[in-house]
Design a protein around this ligand. Structure first.
Ligand SMILES: [Zn+2]
Length: 406
């Protein structure tokens, strides 16, 4: 039975859900699907409305072509590295007033560096700038940095007495690893905003060395749902407090779905599944009520030499090995000799020198799906320790799985 985070909808929320249903029924491909959903008088009825897939939403957007009532209508896109690009629409302001009303990592005195890459229609850079407009701080648009640019920009941060920086954890982890290795200190830095990926635990170690007063503040969402929830340094990094306009539901299979109750919302997001699994939990920050613990993506099943591999489970399993900071899978299909699974491993500082061998032995002995394949074909598995994982050029994000054909 679908369970919602809040006990019931208020009249405005109920009205919004009815409007979303009415809009979706006008989409020819979806009319039949939503015709079966009866009148929605509360959450018990909403639990009977079908969940929406990524494809459903893209079909609906193509038909509805949303337009903002005031100001501009902005179109963003996500994905493209692990799936087809997903579009999302947002009005001027990018819904950030509500975020600012409920989440205050920065104030007017801050000097903030926006380190999300801009361009190619990815929303993170622009969304954060819209947030900063409400904060009223001093802000600098840096974008994502290449490795050769770290030193001069770290000097610049120190000289400008930067107090806040934000980016995807993959990009921040490389920057702060470099700063830590180079002995750079940023004593004024106290706020690190993150969005776009799960938190990278290596950042905790490097931040302690570079900026001991810095704390992480996260936003969680997607291009289609927009910002769903936020957290603070007192929350576990995987645990989130949804905004009032975001209705979160968890189904029997632990998939999360999201309904956007914002009355000016442009995307018809009604029980929309992003592929994230989750659970409702109490949060370590002590805030009353329940929060959402995000367990990661559950949409990553790939077939490798005839065996189904759960990508997230395998990556989690490797990451749980001593000395492993992060891991990534690269599956290459060769026309002549079948598939090769490469496990790329980013080490922790205290990693053993033979980390690759240890991870390989673990995978061969673990009994997970294809371990039997590797016992028969040792060449089908390679484990490599790398300085950096393969990142999306546009966003700097690191996907769990890269697929290649040769
Ligand atoms: Zn919390």
């Amino acid at each position: 039975m679908a369970e919602f985070l809040v006990p019931e909808l208020d009249p405005a929320g109920l009205d919004r859900v009815r409007r979303l249903l009415a809009d979706l029924r006008t989409v020819p491909e979806l009319t039949e699907r939503y015709a079966g959903a009866g009148a929605v008088r509360g959450l018990a009825d909403l639990a009977g409305v079908p969940v929406m897939t990524k494809d459903d939403l893209q079909v609906a957007l193509r038909h509805l072509r949303p337009r903002a009532a005031d100001g501009a209508t902005w179109v963003f896109q996500s994905g493209g590295s692990t799936g087809a690009p997903q579009l999302g629409y947002a009005p001027t302001g990018l819904y950030m007033r509500e975020v600012h009303d409920h989440w205050r990592p920065l104030d007017r005195d801050d000097v903030f560096v926006n380190g999300w890459s801009a361009g190619k229609m990815w929303g993170a850079h622009f969304l954060v700038n819209a947030y900063l407009d409400h904060v009223g701080c001093t802000a600098m648009n840096l974008g994502a940095l290449a490795a050769t640019e770290y030193d001069p920009w770290l000097d610049f941060f120190a000289a400008q007495r930067v107090t806040g920086i934000g980016g995807t954890p993959s990009v921040l982890a490389l920057l702060f690893r470099h700063a830590s290795d180079a002995g750079v200190k940023l004593p004024d830095l106290r706020t690190v905003l993150w969005l776009g990926e799960a938190w990278d635990p290596r950042l905790d170690d490097d931040l302690r060395a570079v900026a001991p007063d810095a704390r992480r503040w996260g936003m969680f969402g997607s291009t289609e749902t927009w910002v769903v929830a936020t957290n603070t340094p007192d929350c576990a990094a995987d645990t989130w407090h949804p905004l009032p306009s975001q209705l979160v539901c968890v189904d029997d299979d632990e998939f999360l779905d999201f309904t956007a109750l914002n009355p000016t919302g442009l995307n018809p997001v009604l029980r929309y599944r992003t592929g994230d699994a989750g659970r409702f939990v109490g949060c370590s920050c002590g805030r009353p009520g329940r929060a959402v613990r995000v367990l990661g993506r559950r949409d990553g099943l790939v077939k490798f030499r005839g065996h189904l591999v759960n990508v997230a489970d395998l990556v989690d399993d490797v990451c749980a090995r001593p000395g492993v900071a992060r891991a990534q899978l690269v599956v290459t299909e060769y026309a002549d000799r079948g598939g090769l699974l490469e496990v790329l491993v980013q080490p922790r500082r205290d990693a053993a020198p033979d980390l690759a061998d240890r991870v390989r032995s673990h995978l061969l002995g673990s009994g997970f799906g294809p371990s039997i394949v590797f016992q028969r074909n040792p060449d089908a598995l390679s484990v490599t320790v790398v300085d950096r994982l393969v990142a999306n050029e546009r966003t700097g994000k690191v996907a769990n799985l890269i697929r290649r054909a040769r």
